[in-house]
Design a protein. Structure first.
Length: 93
């Protein structure tokens, strides 16, 4: 997967933290780490965004997570994981 260029536009860090923790809850730590690695976001492994409202989570990082989900699980499965809070974990291929 090619890296997504930084946009210079930012979500609050708390949004990134909630996104990453939610993925971890659904996919488990190993699944999350695989997604972060695939998305070029390995700097977030064991180093989540801070729990504050400072704008520091780049729009491109959310795009990278979505792209990694789609690449790993396919278009339909990626959409389920992104938008269904009660989704069941899918096995990592």
């Amino acid at each position: 997967m090619s890296p997504i260029q930084k946009s210079g536009l930012y979500y609050p860090n708390k949004f990134g933290l909630i996104t990453i923790k939610s993925l971890e809850e659904v996919m488990g730590k190993n699944g999350l780490n695989a997604i972060l690695n695939l998305g070029g976001l390995s700097h977030y492994i064991e180093n989540y965004p801070p729990d504050n409202l400072d704008k520091g989570f780049d729009f491109s990082e959310l795009s990278a997570i979505g792209s990694a989900l789609e690449e790993m699980y396919g278009r339909a499965a990626g959409a389920v994981l992104r938008f269904a809070p009660d989704a069941r974990p899918l096995p990592t291929p």
